[in-house]
Design a protein around this ligand. Structure first.
Ligand code: NAP
Ligand code: GLV
Length: 311
C-alpha cells in the first residue's frame, strides 16, 4: 500500500507518523516535485489539501484523493483524471466545532453581547429590552454533514430553525425547504442566516443583494462555508443601509483577508481566520485509515464526492 501526502500549509511529520501507526506496513511519504529527468515514485492513494496541478499530473496511478477537509472546491478546480476519486472528510470532529461557533454567534447577536462590550468599555450600566426568541428564526443554508448537526444544536436554545438544501430533510423540530423554488420563502422566514453550503457553480455568489435583502429586517449573517459564496460589496451596502444588523465571517474570497479590506474596520462585522471547524489530526487519520482499509476489503466508503454535482 503506497500513500503520498501532499497538504499545502500542513507540517507532514506527525501526519506521516500517525498513518504509520494506524496502517502498519504502509509506505507513506511527503510529496516533493521530481527533479528533471528523475522518475517519480507513484502512490496508490493520496492524502491531500489543496495540492498543485503538478502533483496530479505526476501521480497518475492514484485511485483516491483523501481530502483532509470537508470542502472539495480546491480539488475540483484541478484537471483530474476521470478514474481518480475524491473522498471528503466526514465530520471527524468538525460538527461539534461548527455547532459551537454558530451557537456562539447566534447567541452573541440575540443577547446583544457586542453592545454590552461597548458599554463595558464606556463604563456604562445599561439594560436592554430582551429580544424575542420566536422572532429570531435561524435559517441554515445546507443541511449536510455539518448543517444538519448545527440545526440540531441550535434547537437546544429553542430558536426556530429552518434548513435549505437540494433534497428534503427530516430533522426533528426543523422545517426543511428545498431548491430554488422554496429559497424565497426560506429567506423571508430568516432572521439569522448561516451558510454551510459547498462552493459549487450553483452556490457561488448566493449571498448576494437579491437574496440577502429578502431576509427579515435587522438580519444577521454567519458565513462559515466559503468566501466566494458572498458578494462582499452587497453585504457592506446592506449593512450601511440598515437592512442587515451585522455579520460574523470566518471565510473570505482572499485568505488571509487583505489588510485594506473594508471588512476589517466595519463596526458590525466580526472576523475569524477560517477557524470555525478545524481539521483535527488524530480524528482525521483514524477516519482516512479506516476508509483505506475498507477500500482494500472491496467495500464502499462514505464521503465519495460526486465530481459533477461538486460536493
Ligand atoms: P455536505 O455534507 O456536502 O452538505 C452540503 C449541503 O448543501 C447538503 O445538504 C446539500 O443538499 C446542500 N446543497 C448543495 N448544493 C446545493 C444547492 N445547489 N442548493 C441547495 N442545497 C445545496 O457538506 P458539509 O460537510 O456539511 O460542509 C459544508 C461546507 O462547509 C463545506 O463544503 C466547506 O466549504 C465548509 N466548511 C468550512 C469550514 C470552516 O472551517 N470554515 C470547515 C468545514 C467545512 P443535499 O443534502 O440535498 O445534497
Ligand atoms: C475547511 O474549510 C474544510 O472544508 O474542511
Amino acid at each position: 500500500m503506497k500513500i503520498v501526502f501532499c497538504c499545502t500549509n500542513t507540517k507532514a511529520d506527525l501526519w506521516l507518523e500517525g498513518f504509520r501507526l494506524a496502517l502498519p506496513g504502509v509506505d507513506i511519504w511527503e510529496w516533493q516535485a521530481a527533479e528533471a529527468g528523475q522518475t517519480p515514485k507513484l502512490a496508490d492513494h493520496a492524502v491531500v489539501w489543496s495540492p498543485p496541478q503538478a502533483f496530479i499530473d505526476e501521480q497518475k496511478q492514484l485511485q483516491n484523493l483523501f481530502n483532509i477537509g470537508a470542502g472539495v472546491d480546491a480539488l475540483l478546480r484541478l484537471q483530474l483524471p476521470a478514474a481518480m476519486n475524491i473522498v471528503r472528510l466526514n465530520d471527524a470532529g468538525m460538527s461539534m466545532q461548527m455547532s459551537e461557533y454558530v451557537c456562539h454567534a447566534v447567541i452573541r447577536q440575540f443577547r446583544e453581547f457586542d453592545d454590552y462590550q461597548s458599554d463595558t468599555q464606556a463604563q456604562r450600566w445599561s439594560y436592554r429590552k430582551p429580544s424575542v426568541r420566536s422572532e429570531f428564526a435561524v435559517g441554515v443554508l445546507g443541511a449536510g454533514v455539518l448543517g444538519s448537526k448545527v440545526a440540531e444544536a441550535l434547537q437546544q436554545f429553542q430558536f426556530p430553525v429552518n434548513v435549505w438544501s437540494r433534497s428534503a430533510k427530516q430533522i426533528q423540530g426543523v422545517k426543511s425547504f428545498t431548491g430554488q423554488v422554496q429559497l424565497p420563502d426560506f429567506l423571508k422566514a430568516t432572521r439569522v442566516l448561516v451558510n454551510l453550503l459547498p462552493l459549487t457553480a450553483e452556490t457561488e455568489n448566493i449571498l448576494n443583494r437579491a437574496n440577502l435583502q429578502q431576509l427579515q429586517k435587522n438580519a444577521y449573517l454567519i458565513n462559515v462555508a466559503r468566501g466566494r459564496h458572498l458578494v462582499d460589496q452587497d453585504l457592506l451596502d446592506l449593512l450601511d443601509e440598515g437592512h442587515m444588523a451585522g455579520a460574523m465571517l470566518d471565510v473570505f474570497r482572499v485568505e488571509p483577508l487583505p489588510q485594506d479590506h473594508a471588512f476589517w474596520k466595519h463596526p458590525k462585522i466580526s472576523i475569524t481566520p477560517h477557524t470555525s471547524a478545524r481539521t483535527l489530526r488524530d480524528e482525521s487519520i483514524a477516519q482516512i485509515a479506516s476508509k483505506i482499509q475498507t477500500v482494500y476489503q472491496g467495500l464502499p466508503i462514505e464521503g465519495r464526492v460526486d465530481k459533477v454535482r461538486g460536493y
